[in-house]
Design a protein. Sequence first.
Length: 107
Amino acid sequence: RAEAEKVQQVKRAEGEAESKYLAGVGVARQRQAIVEGLRRFVPDEKAVMDMVLATQYFDTIRDIGGTSRAATVFIPHGPAAVHDVAAQVRDGVLQAATHAPGGGAVA
């Protein structure tokens, strides 16, 4: 009986892991489609990245607000805050690239 419960727990955990993986793949494909669509109409790469970051920023706010166990979180909000987040992410990527072995881009 204990062995059967163990197998059930393992199978349940494997199912949850697969579900989360597939959800991540779905989000990645969605964001890729957004970027490809924006590139058709917005020739400036920086503007495309800022729009994608703004979308992710608002998705994060929505997810925090939609979680029943969410505590109070203070997040700067407004056009300047989104711009600041975009700048921070860009700076972080550039710093990571300069510190990566060989000084190349980070995968």
